[in-house]
Design a protein around this ligand. Structure first.
Ligand code: BJW
Ligand code: ZN
Length: 247
């Protein structure tokens, strides 16, 4: 086993307060496109330019087409070995918190409980007029879905650029990362705040931060250890090596 992996496994085996922070890369091997990098475009458009309140206001039909397409992909996707390894970690350490930027709910489908969803999720929709939440599940939605309470235009239940994260969820994530002895950062470019700032919270409090990613990220230089490779390969190896008798 590569020395970095055994070092990370030893650190994981000792952890009493573990936080896992995930991004789109953890779902890449489930066939869900990431935002940045190759394959990040949708019909030649940058998804990040569609993930704004301004884009929705200017062209709600286009933005809904984009989100309905993604809801379809997610509905057909299944959790991969990275999601399953993260779910298994929950029962291996005394205190465990999973924080995700992902909106696909694959962590929950892999068995993770109490997932802190920083950026909402694709399953829930919200009324842009009366703010009521609706849960249509993963069934296809009309091109322009309307609120059955007030007739207003529904919007995806996700957090767009310039919008606040759910304050209680962000606070729980901050508390957990502040107290973490180990933060495992998986499949995120660490480019979006305040999520990426959680790395500095753990580092600043003296915790260890280990990254799992197929490429170096904005955080690689300032963290403790970087494991380069696909999450669906590295995480099961890490789990098996840290907890050999239980896997
Ligand atoms: C693999 C792999 C494999 C591939 N295995 N790895 C401080 C400084 C500067 C700016 C700001 C700041 N604070 C706030 C801001 C503004 C802004 C921001 O961060 N801008 C930056 C771009 C600079 N933040 C906000 O606006 C946030 N709101 C906020 O802070 O409110 C208060 C406020 C407002 C305005 C000003 C100041 C304060 C809200 C952010 C909402 C982000 N929303 C999105 C869309 C969600 C809805 C949707 O899904 O459509 O969230 S954007 C998008 O990026 C999505 C993701 O959750 C997020 C992060 O992306 P992620 O997960 O990292 O994916 P990728 O694609 O970037 O990376 C994938 C990684 O996986 C890569 O590294 C690959 O190498 C790797 N990978 N395959 C392992 N198999
Ligand atoms: Zn409404």
């Amino acid at each position: 086993m590569p020395p970095d992996l055994s070092h990370a496994a030893a650190r994981l085996a000792q952890s009493k307060r573990l936080v896992v922070l995930t991004g789109a890369g953890v779902s890449a091997e489930s066939g869900i496109p990431t935002f940045r990098g190759p394959g990040g475009l949708w019909r030649g458009l940058d998804p990040l330019r569609l993930a704004t309140p301004q884009a929705f206001e200017a062209n709600p039909r286009l933005v809904w087409e984009f989100y309905n397409w993604r809801r379809e992909i997610v509905a057909q996707a299944a959790p991969n070995p990275a999601h399953l390894a993260i779910a298994a970690l929950e029962d291996r350490v005394p205190a465990f918190t999973l924080v995700t930027q992902n909106v696909d709910r694959l962590h929950q489908r892999a068995g993770s409980r109490d997932v802190l969803e920083l950026h909402g999720n694709l399953q829930i929709v919200r009324c842009s007029l009366c703010d009521r939440a609706h849960d249509p599940g993963w069934t296809p939605l009309p091109a322009l879905p309307m609120c059955d309470h007030c007739g207003g235009l529904l919007r995806p239940g996700v957090v767009w650029f310039g919008e606040s994260l759910p304050p209680d969820i962000l606070q729980s994530a901050l508390n957990a990362t502040l107290e973490a002895d180990l933060l495992l950062v998986v499949g995120t470019s660490a480019a979006v705040y305040p999520a990426a700032g959680l790395i500095d919270v753990t580092m600043g409090a003296g915790g260890t931060v280990i990254e799992v990613n197929t490429a170096p990220t904005a955080a690689t230089q300032r963290i403790s250890l970087s494991l380069l490779g696909p999450a669906a390969e590295i995480l099961p190896q890490l789990l098996a090596s840290a907890f050999p008798s239980k896997t």
